[in-house]
Design a protein around this ligand. Sequence first.
Ligand code: NAD
Length: 488
Amino acid sequence: TMANSKALLVLENFIGGKFVPCSSYIDSYNPSTGEVYCRVPDSGKEEVEAAVKAAKYAFPIWSSKSPLERSQILNKLADLIEHDLEAFAQAESKDQGKTITFSRTVDIPRAVYNFRFFASSILHHTTECTEMATMDCVHYTSRTPVGVAGLISPWNLPLYLLTWKIAPAIACGNTVVAKPSEMTSVTAWMMCKLLEKAGVPHGVVNVVFGTGTKAGEALVCHPDVPLISFTGSTLTAQRITEKSAPHCKRLSLELGGKNPAIIFDDADLTQCIPTTLRSSFANQGEICLCTSRIFVQRGVYSEFIKRFVAEAKKWKVGNPSDPTVDVGALISKEHLEKVRSYVKKAQAEGARVLCGEGVDSLALSSGNQKGYFMLPTVITEVKDESCCMQEEIFGPVTCVVAFDTEEEVIKRANSVKYGLAATVWSSNVGRVHRVAQRLQSGLVWTNCWLVRDLNLPFGGMKASGIGREGAKDSYEFFTEVKTITIKH
Ligand code: NAD
């Protein structure tokens, strides 16, 4: 009935294997309609305290299981999420505004894979051993789980990024208290419903919903949480670093980016253009790895601009549940306004907007008039010092500028505070290696974008983060190492 379909979804915290209501709630919006559709617990110290207590209680049980036992449970959880893939994909799209195509093909499959990947990799780690014959000694290292891990994740890839933390944390034998973004909490709550069936003991995974300043800070400041894995903005990371400093916590910080694409004259434009469109506008440009500064060598600059803009105009913006739509809604009204304000600032500085915001018109269906939509926007004639070329915009906006030499473009690409990801387009193999070596960036993709092997390190340099995640890196982060010396 209408009444039922309009009823609000009410989430509950998941603590010690049970769903528990909270005394107050936050409204959560459907970004494609602008309507409140869900209420999220507004947890604080008290709820975090209960969750940490449950996680501490479960730690001795969980950490004493063999890696194989934990691996089997993680695989079971992966199967259960995969079984409900469509329901998770629908929920993620509705909650976040992303297209159903993206959540079906990227977010949820990756969440499933995160569990499978760490279920496998935990079985294959080895520790180190050295012999010191002259001293009659052998040394070896031993790794043990750290304890209760605090996991804080953002709104852009909700279940994908949360499970990228939960999976390695529990695979290594830790128990966790997770706090997803208050704007995108639904899929984490859905996952909690599957934990018991997967065989995850009570208290191993606890999820506390709420805002960063209340629930997040309570977790960061809790003395019994020795480790925080955070993905989000650089500003929040600074605050977390300050707040956790008195406790000397172990921090992993995956932060923002201002990622360059460098396109040389000899690039294969038929590959480069569609990939650079995706790297600029996929997930509404709300991926930390999205390209927002495109440097094009003078010889192909006008051709690139012409073809890139023509293709950008073809991207269909609208109802995220329509499988033919390429760009869904941005996360919130505030965020949409912020992204738009960058386009205005660029124009005020004399830059040219070639397509999108303020140039082309956006036609939305009647149900989506109040949604937070924006057209893919391409800006040019913009100075390197401009805020559009320096600050993370995190929306469907990209800047295109020309360059002449390799030396020059490396310098310009590196002249931002961030250092997360870069793409390089060229058919000259020597140049590709040279440029990749010199870019200040945790990841460099040449002639491709977003191709990941989870075995290898992921993370940023400079203001883009501290620490790396991946098979070995996550294992090292989520375990404490000890060096033991035996004299025989
Ligand atoms: P955000 O920093 O506002 O929030 C991230 C999380 O931190 C949320 O759960 C939030 O509630 C919580 N939080 C906020 N203030 C807090 C505080 N004082 N103490 C503890 N927790 C707090 O980021 P966002 O807007 O949700 O996400 C977008 C940002 O995330 C962008 O900058 C993007 O580049 C970055 N990001 C980085 C990566 C990466 O892997 N490097 C991946 C995705 C997103």
